[in-house]
Design a binder for this molecule. Structure first.
Ligand code: MN
Length: 285
């Protein structure tokens, strides 16, 4: 199943090149009481609601996906977790680039030794909202990544069980301004986390560790790799994250980028494509 949020917070299922409006599903969610639990209310109930979602989609009049404004398929993540330098060829390019390397004093350490990082939840947008460059005089880079969306609350979990807590996958952009500040500052301006265009449920996607992906800027190819090139795989990243943070439904993991990162400026258009997920276009302003 491919789940999206679009236009003014409509919920849709994507079938082929069409979107079926299933927003009536929101009436089936249990009412929230203060204090609202951490996480995304829809993702938390996704498993239970699937039969109803499919039924609503069957009854909906399909709209063509190409005219639709896609928002992030997750509305309320409690956190966005990032994995540092997780592709070898990107590690090499980072070492050779002064502007990237400024923060890589720990580059001889393993990912487990460095730990993960967090991006502010408020940085999250969908592809149609675009990326707003926050420091026009500095270098803002694109990082194409596989996005993993957690499906249920979990404490520490073993690597062997970790993929079992995944709701699904989406295309992610971990935008970053280069410089000397802490990662959580440079990667968290509003719109510096893009997720879209929809969530592909884990059962439909299959193995997340064998997906070709690309990122183009204005039609020029910048990044291309396969998720099998990751230094530590998705299950291990989830296990590592869960050893530190309780994971909640809707939490997003950005699993690291490959070689070919580079700057964007207002007016550029980024196009990202992931095998078995789809394609998303993101304007820079
Ligand atoms: Mn990244």
């Amino acid at each position: 199943m491919k789940l999206c949020r679009f236009d003014h917070n409509r919920i849709g299922l994507v079938r082929g090149s069409n979107v079926h409006d299933v927003s009536a599903i929101l009436d089936a969610l249990p009412p929230l009481r203060y204090p609202a639990p951490f996480g995304d209310h829809l993702i938390a109930h996704l498993d239970d609601l699937r039969p109803q979602l499919e039924r609503l989609a069957d009854e909906a009049v399909p709209k063509r996906a190409d005219g639709i404004r896609f928002l992030s398929p997750v509305a309320n993540p409690s956190k966005i977790i990032g994995t540092p330098v997780n592709y070898r060829a990107h590690a090499e390019e980072a070492e050779n680039d002064r502007q990237i390397a400024v923060y890589l004093e720990n580059r001889s350490l393993s990912i487990e030794e460095q730990g993960l990082f967090l991006k502010a939840s408020s940085s999250l947008v969908g592809p149609s909202e675009g990326v707003a460059v926050r420091f026009p005089d500095r270098r803002t880079d694109h990082e194409a990544e596989l996005g993993v969306v957690i499906g249920r609350k979990t404490g520490p979990i073993a690597e062997a069980d970790a993929l079992g807590v995944v709701a699904g996958y989406a295309i992610a952009l971990d935008m970053v301004v280069r410089g000397k500040e802490d990662r959580s500052f440079r990667k968290s301006p509003d719109s510096y986390a893009v997720l879209g265009p929809w969530l592909v449920t884990a059962d439909e996607l299959g193995d997340p560790g064998a997906l070709d992906f690309t990122l183009h800027v204005n039609g020029e190819r910048r990044q291309a790799a396969n998720t099998r090139d990751m230094i530590i795989g998705i299950a291990r990243q989830i296990a590592l994250a869960s050893s530190v943070y309780t994971l909640y439904p809707g939490d997003i993991m950005m699993t690291g980028t490959c070689q070919g990162v580079g700057p964007v400026k207002p007016g550029d258009v980024m196009t990202l494509a992931f095998e078995r997920i789809g394609e998303m276009t993101v304007a820079v302003r």
